[in-house]
Design a protein around this ligand. Structure first.
Ligand SMILES: [Zn+2]
Length: 284
């Protein structure tokens, strides 16, 4: 994938605001308890936890310094470039129906209008404040644990979440709210597959030649395969199998690997959001 760094206007950087390791996993209360116990017993109990003996210097809601690396800053630029590119596309396709949002970057934990979330939740979209939340550490998971590396695999994750924003703006998610079912046939899985398809629609746009020269995101050969690998890697059947050794379609939340690949391709091949609309309607 080719892209130009620089414009971070679509990013809300809260990496310095979220808690450090000690705060996120221990909480201030737990920290104080351990501090007292360490003092009483004369043993540094923090070392047992691997959190170090120093007091947490940051907590949720306070502004702290962002300790970052050049590699991480490049990742921020990439997320910013993809987010801007995809939002430009939606603004073009939907006109005044589209309202730009931000991708909020956080570390370890974040407070959203949808509640307190930890990085383990993975990237998510909060309809209450209309923002995408992303801990850059997820891309490590995607690459190392799930076997889906690469910048376009990352772009697929971002544009999938922006797909939920589109659903929110168009009221598509309301159509699913009356469906109490869970599992492979549920409306919520259909919404996830539609978001995959919306990510594919952006992929179609980004595949157009000459975009890089115009300062936009442009796909390289092999990028589509990368995204398809990512879609297959985070299918419910595969994740369930990795976690429990079994596949339970009645507990599907996002669709099977085959379904996720199929719906991404539907958007990628057509470049038309209307090609993604069937999923909600056909499951009811
Ligand atoms: Zn989703």
């Amino acid at each position: 994938m080719e892209w130009t760094p620089g414009d971070r206007g679509d990013i809300s950087d809260q990496r310095g605001r979220s808690g450090g390791f000690g705060v996120a996993h221990l909480g201030i209360g737990g920290f104080l308890v351990l501090l007292v116990l360490s003092w009483v017993t004369g043993t540094n109990l923090f070392s047992l936890l691997g959190t170090g003996g120093s007091a947490p210097t940051q907590s949720v809601g306070t502004t702290g310094e962002v300790a970052s690396s050049p590699a991480e800053e490049r990742l921020v630029d990439e997320v910013a470039a993809v987010t801007k590119d995809a939002q430009d596309m939606w603004a073009e396709k939907l006109g005044s129906r589209y309202r730009r949002t931000k991708v909020t970057l956080f570390r370890d934990a974040v407070q959203s209008a949808c509640g307190f979330a930890q990085a383990a939740t993975g990237p998510f979209y909060c309809p209450e404040d209309g923002q995408v939340y992303l801990d850059l550490g997820f891309f490590n998971e995607l690459s190392r644990k799930l076997g889906a590396p690469g910048d376009f695999a990352q772009a697929y994750v971002i544009t999938h979440e922006l797909g939920h924003h589109v659903q929110n703006l168009l009221g598509l998610n309301e159509r699913a709210s009356g469906d109490r079912r869970t599992g492979a046939e549920s409306a919520s899985v259909a919404l996830e597959l539609q978001a995959d398809c919306f990510a594919g629609v952006w992929g179609h746009t980004a595949a157009q030649p000459g975009r890089a020269q115009a300062g936009k995101v442009e796909l390289d050969p092999g990028d589509v395969e990368e995204a398809l690998r990512a879609a297959a890697a985070i299918g419910d059947d595969r994740l369930q199998k990795m976690a429990t050794g079994r596949v339970m379609p009645e507990r599907f939340t996002h669709g099977s690997s085959a379904q996720r690949v199929e719906w991404f391709k539907r958007g990628m091949d057509s470049g038309d959001p209307r090609a993604c609309g069937g999923s909600v309607a056909t499951t009811r």
